[in-house]
Design a protein around this ligand. Structure first.
Ligand code: UT7
Length: 333
């Protein structure tokens, strides 16, 4: 038994914010942002929410899979920027799309969230508990960003991506002899380094505490530490996943990585000794959307016909937690 992705979808806010517009907010330049990150513009919410973007992406994924919302067993939304603490975003999505019989809950592993949700669904489907799942990565990070901090505000964007996955009992052998479906996954967490990329929730404040507690409600990041972590950990976990599946870098057609920084992706390609042409990127147009980057890129490649049946994909991400992971799958639709 394995799982196959049978539909993908994505949704982005309408508003485009270019680097030139950010020059008006903070001391930065289009040149600096492009050179250091590869980002030229990003989408920023002017009202779209994590649940509205998620629902739009889910509907598109279900349409592609040829499934109705009432057929969905499980909805997992990976997000670190929901509009409500309660109820969870996945329950909002269930209601918005009318997936009446689905079990729904959120997963927060920041930028690795979509991968962690995919792996959670894999476990549920493999054990036969559920037959299918909608997996979503969705963020409105613009509300968590300090728009006076040039070290972070230039990096992030808003958006959502979704994948519909189904348990696959039958062996689907592709023309190239590969068996379609998930082949293996690895994931990891390093909580001890968590504060290098953090964002505070409400501080402890109740009827029994009188003093005012100061807090910084925005994303705080030690960019260089995150950079070092990503360039070391991502290639290491991809190697682990390949070794687990008895594969080599040459067996992979596309590496769909978390879109945080073009330099991180280039460094990962170099460390893996893999051709950079196997690392598609879209961060120039949409920036870093945390958990949404991998599913949005997956959807873009899928809809533009750049992923073919039998292609072996490595999906890999890293982010706050710190968390990281890699999943290997052979495309089967
Ligand atoms: O999903 C995970 C999210 N996080 C990441 O992926 C972050 C990973 N880290 C990075 O991508 C990079 O570390 C950054 C893009 C955040 C920063 O690039 P860097 O090459 O590591 O720059 P830096 O932090 O070493 O800063 C170099 C200089 C500093 O000025 P001084 O001290 O040399 O005078 C910064 O103050 O660049 C300055 N700087 C900027 N200048 C213009 C920082 N941000 C900006 C900016 N525009 N937006």
């Amino acid at each position: 038994m394995t799982i196959r992705v049978t539909g993908t979808g994505s949704a982005l806010p309408e508003k485009i914010v270019t680097n030139f517009e950010l020059q008006k907010l903070v001391e930065t330049s289009d040149e600096w942002i492009r050179e250091r990150t590869g980002i030229a513009e990003r989408r920023i919410s002017t009202g779209e929410t994590v649940s509205s973007l998620s629902a739009e992406a889910c509907i598109k994924a279900l349409e592609m899979a040829g499934r109705q919302p009432e057929e969905v067993d499980l909805i997992l939304v990976a997000t670190c920027s929901p509009e409500l603490l309660l109820p969870c975003c996945a329950c909002q999505v269930q209601d918005r799309i009318g997936a009446v019989k689905a079990v729904a809950f959120d997963v927060n592993a920041a930028c690795s969230g979509f991968l962690f949700a995919l792996n959670t669904a894999y476990a549920y489907l493999q054990t036969g508990i559920y037959q299918n799942a909608l997996i979503v990565g969705s963020e409105v990070l613009s509300k968590l960003v300090d728009w006076t901090d040039r070290g972070t505000c230039v990096l992030f964007g808003d958006g959502a991506g979704a994948a519909f996955v189904e348990a696959s009992v039958d062996d689907i052998v592709c023309e190239n002899g590969r068996r379609a479906g998930m082949e293996c996954m690895v994931q990891g967490s390093d909580g001890a380094k968590g504060m290098v990329l953090s964002c505070e929730e409400r501080p402890v404040k109740n009827a029994f505490i009188s003093e005012d507690i100061m807090q910084n409600p925005y994303i705080q990041m030690d960019g260089q530490e995150v950079y070092k972590f990503a360039t070391r950990q991502v290639p290491a976990c991809i190697h682990d996943a390949l070794a687990k599946a008895n594969l080599t870098v040459e067996d992979v057609d596309l590496f769909i990585l978390h879109q945080a920084n073009v330099r991180i992706i280039e460094s990962v390609a170099k460390r893996l000794k893999a051709d950079i042409s196997k690392f598609p990127m879209n961060l120039d147009k949409i920036g870093n959307m945390s958990s949404a980057t991998v599913p949005v890129l997956l959807d873009e490649l899928n809809r533009s016909g750049k992923i073919k049946k039998g292609d072996r994909l490595v999906l890999s991400g890293f982010g706050a937690g710190l968390t990281y992971g890699a999943s290997i799958l052979v495309w089967g639709v």
